[in-house]
Design a protein around this ligand. Structure first.
Ligand code: BG6
Length: 486
């Protein structure tokens, strides 16, 4: 007997910048993502300050969800999805980012799209900022490094909280807010911090340069204040709104060995890379270990009068996170580090990996759910989980993605165990429920979907949609509320 409660929110997830395309349609401005080319598992994406007309930028057309949303949401509805996580492309509403009034065509697009979800029996779950900060805010303000961006964000929040009242109940303030700490690609897409060169390959570039660290933690502080004020604003506009933080990976690092240096080092990694953000967002203040980290690294947080109060008053209603894999930490510099994709870590010899080097670890999901629940006692949503793989047609011309079904089955079983452990898990939205552009590599070939989209890495394809075997499998899972995983 499975432990998923009645009303459990089964669903899928995407992000506007990875699925919508229509990058300049109906008054949309450019976003950070629009300045990134494609890459591969062994080749980072390239940032170009000026858009080169002869270069392919995957977000410009993506899978044209903008033009196909009615068809896609109908397929989600027929699959039985209860909740659909997507984001609003901020620059569709505020093309530069600092305007007072929104672009009405953008407002109407999302109204129609959310209404379409409702018409198909699906609750929207909306990420307010998912790697798509308006380009104008980067160029003019260096993104979140400038405090004025807090007010631009809150202006945008006021618009969407007001316009979509009655259509949207669940909101997430920032996708994977902790990614901003990672430097390079992380600080660009999550924080809008401008790269120094005009054309540069964008890997993750963890830094110990005090100036860069100060910029990063200043931007992060501004996001914390913005998030807290957005939570308060949301509740003022509609007391029923549920607003969550969204943490990349959740707690997902193991010590490589039981050497005390590995165990302590892992604890530090988790504190700074994972818990810092959620401690501020769930508990309303910077934790003690963060103060020590800042002091040790010459970081000064630009705390202004009223900020501490804002953080205290704007704690989130729920904890949400993405979970794909676990990594290990070793204090020994001679142990191999691998760059899985957007995350670095030491490979775990006990786990198998995807073609992109992401370790498959369902037990880690159960472990992380217990850790989060013990720490915060807030409702939890797993808002990303999935298996990026190369899908090829079988002899009958169809997509038999058993490997994806196996991945989901094991992770759903792990969630079931966590529910039996007493964890208050309320939703599961699997990543890339329809094939979309990869955030880490910009590829189409790294597919996550239950639904295939005819589009390749170079932009070829007629964009037609086609359910894979996993589509019919997930349909059964949802219909049986997690009972039938066969
Ligand atoms: C998360 C992001 O980090 O992982 C998504 O929130 C992203 O935007 C997802 O797509 C999977 O990563 P990738 O690189 O396989 O697209």
């Amino acid at each position: 007997m499975a432990h998923f409660p009645e009303g459990f929110l089964w669903g899928g997830a995407t992000a506007a910048n990875q699925c919508e395309g229509a990058w300049k349609t109906d008054g949309k401005g450019e976003s950070v993502e629009d300045h990134l080319t494609g890459g591969a598992v062994d080749r980072p994406r390239t940032y170009t300050r000026v858009i080169d007309p002869d270069t392919y930028y995957p977000s410009h057309e993506s899978v044209d969800f903008y033009g196909h949303y009615a068809e896609d949401i109908k397929l989600f509805g027929e699959m039985g999805m209860k909740i659909f996580r997507t984001s609003i492309n901020w620059s569709r509403l505020y093309p530069v980012g600092d305007e007072d009034e929104p672009n009405q065509a953008g407002v109407e697009f999302y109204r129609s799209m959310f209404q379409c979800c409702k018409d198909n029996g699906i609750e929207p779950l909306v990420t307010i900022s998912h790697y798509e900060i308006p380009w104008g805010l980067c160029e003019k303000y260096n993104g979140w490094a400038d405090r004025r961006v807090i007010d631009f964000y809150l202006n945008y929040c006021r618009t969407i909280f007001t316009e979509y009242q009655g259509l949207v109940k669940y909101w997430l303030t920032f996708n994977e807010i902790n990614m901003l700490q990672n430097g390079g690609l992380g600080s660009f897409i999550a924080g809008g911090i401008m790269p120094k060169e005009d054309v540069v390959p964008m890997g993750l570039a963890p830094t110990d340069d005090p100036d860069e660290l100060n910029t990063i933690y200043t931007a992060l502080h501004h996001q914390f204040v913005a998030s807290a004020k957005a939570v308060k604003l949301a509740h003022e506009i509609c007391p029923d709104y549920m607003v969550g933080c969204m943490i990349g990976g959740g707690p997902s690092i193991y010590p490589y060995t039981c050497a005390p240096a590995d165990v302590l080092g892992t604890q530090k990694k988790l504190q700074i890379g994972t818990w810092l953000c959620s401690d501020v967002q769930c508990r309303g203040a910077y934790p003690g270990y963060a103060k020590r980290f800042f002091a040790d690294n010459g970081i000064t947080i630009p705390m202004e009068p009223g900020d501490e109060e804002a953080l205290r008053e704007g704690t989130v209603d729920m904890y949400t996170y993405s979970y794909y894999m676990t990594n290990c930490y070793s204090a020994d510099p001679n142990v191999t580090q691998n760059g899985g994709n957007m995350v670095m870590g030491v490979p775990n010899p006990y786990l198998k990996k995807s073609d992109w080097g992401w370790a498959i670890d369902p037990d880690g999901l159960r472990w992380s759910l217990n850790e989060v629940w013990d720490r915060y006692q807030l409702p939890i949503m797993v808002v990303e989980n999935g298996f990026g793989a190369i899908d090829e047609r079988g002899e009958d011309g169809k997509f038999h993605d058993d490997y994806r079904i196996d991945y989901f089955r094991a992770h759903i079983q792990a969630m079931d165990e966590a529910l039996a452990d007493g964890v208050n898990l309320i939703a599961y939205t699997t990543w890339g429920c329809i094939d979309i552009v990869s955030a880490g590599t910009g590829e189409m070939k790294k597919r996550y979907g239950y639904i295939y989209v005819d589009k390749d890495n170079d932009g070829n394809g007629d964009l037609h949609r086609e359910p894979k075997d996993s589509y019919y499998w997930y349909q059964k899972v949802i219909a049986s509320n997690g009972e039938d995983l066969a």
